[in-house]
Design a binder for this molecule. Structure first.
Ligand code: ATP
Length: 575
């Protein structure tokens, strides 16, 4: 049995390190100690979660509950716990300190294994209905009663969703390979397995049962794949040079849906793999009618007015649905799902098949009114590609997606298998998606109307770190400023986010929660920002401005530091 105290000791070591190799070794040693039945649970704990996001399991423990549990367990008053928290800025640290100075000790304590802790956390998450809040506090108090100060630190951070050890998924994957076969040789199949099911705990469990099964891992209904992502180029000419003959599809600015069907069961997942089934009953019904027992496919949902020949973009589609209710809106503004890929069909994993073959299946399967194939045409000249691009803009779409006819589906990866060409690319304007890590308030005469700005970070998956890339001071409407200030006030934090690497400090730190799209003129190198920093210089956005808040993206899906570096190279190569 792997004790939770052993895990906590390793967590604490990992926090002190920043080198990926060192962290991999520490983790591998810990994973090696886990038994087959523990490995999946330990993996989830390392990721700071109890299950993949699409399972919708949320601990639902707020700071208030955690404070009560710490107070009850350590024998302090809530006021005393709050006062300590005010100073420490981290409830995990407060738990550790106060458990270390317990005013009362429990009569007997249980030795907690990793499984025991995981199961108790799951019970906390699943408590619902009347009396569930007291239940959650009671369960957490029991865990803390059995905990050493160090265990208390990590238990509390975990239940608050703030474990943030700074180990990214790639490091966990490397460590799994090292722990089980002695080296990193199985990194690739493990990574692929993870990319096609988005469930690292499950992958770890299967891997410990049999490494061969990981090498033959296939997609399965109701385990959503991490979406394939597109690279960008800025002209039709570059695209044809790169892909030669390729398929050109309309790029719909809708809501990306990954649809799973097996028999009568249908589930829909968003781009960030949250379950969205209840939001789209019309799409679900249409899928039930498709002639295939088992299917996984992807499309872009948006409202299309065939009389006016007009597409309604994502924001507007969603607003209508909220305003008029889902049922009503489905009738009045019927949605179309433009299907652009199929990944699994009646027992066949299609992800390794070439695009051309998958596309043929899309055209065969989807002929309905709601579900229809995305518009696509095979071209081999710059002129033709440019024509389709212009046509897309004239129809109110945002551009095109060019697709490599021979490429497999690249789950979870940004590859040149898909290349996007958007309206704005011709000009100097481009955008990234970053997460807000801090903010500034306005100063001066009109202070109450001035919102000072946002500090924005991108993600570096190799290092498991957030790295700053811009300070945005403009692009906000007055209403947005008020809204942003309110939203950010609520997630204000006493300290910088654990996984953030920074050289400048905002007026207030916040939890990394809100993803925003940021436009900019170009990218420069700067000593103040840590994005892909080398020799004291990182990348920074010039003239950054806020485009919108992106509710469809999670912190894990933001632009990566290496993408920013690539954009910099792209811009340099264009002179
Ligand atoms: P990304 O998804 O690449 O991180 P993003 O979310 O900012 O970036 P865009 O850069 O606008 O979105 O383009 C990619 C998105 O375009 C896809 O995620 C998908 O939702 C959408 N899309 C629209 N039409 C298509 C199509 N025909 N084929 C593939 N994707 C499409």
């Amino acid at each position: 049995m792997l004790l939770f105290s052993e895990a906590a000791a390793v967590f604490s070591e990992i926090e002190k390190r920043s080198g990926r190799l060192e962290m991999t070794d520490l983790l591998a040693a810990l994973l090696k100690k886990a038994e087959g039945a523990e490995i999946g649970k330990l993996t989830y704990l390392l990721q700071g979660m109890l299950a993949p996001p699409y399972e919708g399991i949320d601990l639902g423990v707020g700071e208030r509950f955690a404070i009560e549990a710490i107070a009850a367990s350590a024998g302090y008053s809530k006021k005393e716990v709050e006062a300590h928290y005010k100073k420490s800025g981290d409830l995990g640290d407060t738990a550790e300190a106060l458990i270390g100075k317990k005013k009362q000790t429990a009569l007997s304590t249980t030795e907690m294994g990793v499984t025991y802790v995981y199961d108790a956390m799951l019970q906390i998450a699943k408590a619902s209905g009347p009396g569930s809040q007291e239940m959650k506090i009671k369960l957490l108090t029991e865990l803390l009663n059995n905990a050493s100060p160090l265990e208390g630190r990590f238990l509390v951070r975990f239940v608050l969703g703030r474990l943030r050890l700074g180990v990214g998924d790639p490091t966990i994957i490397d460590a799994l390979s090292v722990a089980h076969v002695g080296d990193k040789s199985l990194r690739e199949p493990l990574e692929r397995a993870y990319n096609v099911c988005s469930d690292l705990g499950y992958v770890a469990k299967v891997f410990y049962e049999s490494p061969e099964r990981i090498e033959k891992f296939t997609v399965q209904p109701f385990k959503p794949l991490m979406p394939a992502l597109a690279e960008r180029l800025s002209t039709p000419k570059e695209i044809i040079e790169r892909l030669k003959k390729c398929a050109v599809e309309m790029k719909y600015d809708g809501f990306r849906l990954q649809c799973h069907k097996s028999g009568e069961r249908v589930e829909l997942y968003s781009r960030r793999l949250d379950r969205m089934t209840a939001m789209f009953p019309d799409v679900v019904d249409a899928i039930k009618g498709v002639k295939a027992k088992e299917l996984i496919f992807e499309g872009e949902a948006l409202a299309y007015d065939s009389a006016k020949k007009r597409y309604y973009p994502f924001q507007q589609t969603m607003r209508r649905r909220r305003k008029h209710g889902i049922e009503e809106a489905s009738k009045e503004f019927p949605l179309n799902l433009f299907v652009f890929d199929v990944l699994y069909a009646d027992g066949r994993d299609m992800t390794n098949e070439p695009y051309a073959k998958r596309r043929a299946l899309v055209e065969k399967l989807f002929k309905g009114k709601i579900l229809q194939p995305s518009q696509a045409l095979v071209v081999d000249s710059t002129k033709k590609l440019k024509e389709i691009f212009d046509e897309s803009l004239s129809e109110g779409l945002e551009g095109i997606m060019a697709k490599d006819l021979a490429a497999p589906y690249t789950a979870g990866k940004r590859k040149f298998a898909w290349i996007k060409l958007k309206k704005s690319y011709g000009k100097a304007v481009d955008t990234i998606d970053g997460v807000v890590v801090g903010y500034y308030l306005g100063h001066g005469a009109r202070a109450e109307f001035e919102f000072g700005g946002l500090l924005i970070a991108v993600y570096n998956p190799e290092r498991g770190k957030l790295e700053t890339v811009a300070k945005i001071g403009s692009g906000f409407s007055e209403a947005e400023m008020v809204e942003l200030e309110k939203m950010l006030e609520e997630i204000k934090a006493a300290r910088p986010p654990e996984e953030l690497d920074y050289r400048i400090e905002p007026e207030f730190w916040v939890e990394p929660k809100y993803v925003v799209e940021v436009a900019f003129d170009d990218i420069t190198q700067s000593p103040t920002h840590t994005c892909a920093m080398q020799d004291g210089k990182g990348y920074a956005l010039r003239f950054p401005r806020l485009v919108r808040i992106r509710t469809d993206k999670g912190v894990r899906e933001i632009t990566t530091s290496s993408e920013v570096a690539e954009m910099y190279e792209l811009q340099r190569s264009k002179g």
